[in-house]
Design a protein around this ligand. Sequence first.
Ligand code: G
Ligand code: G
Ligand code: MN
Ligand code: NA
Length: 252
Amino acid sequence: AEMESELHRAILNNELMLQYQPQFNLNNEELVGMEALVRWNHPVKGMIPPDLFIPLAEESGLINKISEWVCNAACQQVRIWLDKGFRVPRVAVNVSGAELMGGNLLTNFTSAMSTHRIAGSQLEAEITENFMMQDVERAVGLVNELRDLGIVIAVDDFGTGYSSLAYLKTLPIHRLKIDRTFVREIPNNVNDMAITHAIIAMGESLGLEILAEGIETREQQAFLRSKGCSLGQGYLFARPLSAENIEGWLAH
Ligand code: G
Ligand code: G
Ligand code: MN
Ligand code: NA
């Protein structure tokens, strides 16, 4: 409960911040996007990662305020970069399941887009498969509305949830993000290699883009590329960076 009231205060005091992790085309290493990742810059405890406060925020309902803040902050940052003359690739925002089911997801996007004059084509929504599965009908409706705004829809942490592969043909999604737990042990774990290969092949035949997360080595990049995975992110290329440090990437 103490953390809850502190988190409430943190939102009001603007202690949340976004970092951005670049995403690349694995074939030519061109920058194709960035994932916005929230952090809590606590005045005493320092930088608190999202796994330590997002679950709490979801339980307490504060997630709606945080999501609104994240959406607005991401659009505001895109506007700042555009005004500085950068060509800005798409920015991906993580959507909480709680928000998908009970929140004001659509309003968060539309109002941030209109406040900062950002087109939907500048944005991507990352949604975990567990939440898509909770209420598929509702998820289909929401995903369609986001799509109508021009926002790209990615399934985050793909392969780790309770996935029914049936939803892949029901949900109007663009992209699968292969969870980093499948990438971590490449090339030492033949099962993980078989799974990633299968996800890539399936995604490809369904006309979906595939992005592999958590790429840390050249070998992992080469393997994924050789199987036809065209997009990736991970420490090999870049860690999550402050908006200021991202400008170096935007400049070249
Ligand atoms: O950045 P890091 O690797 O610590 O992120 C850990 C987890 O927190 C990831 O699973 C990510 O999806 C989640 N996360 C990061 N930023 C946000 C955000 O803005 N909103 C929500 N709902 N989850 C986030
Ligand atoms: O679940 P989600 O994909 O949103 O999580 C993103 C998280 O993954 C971020 O917290 C980010 O810091 C972390 N991450 C990004 N790249 C790598 C990587 O190459 N290795 C590891 N171990 N974590 C990574
Ligand atoms: Mn994500
Ligand atoms: Na993930």
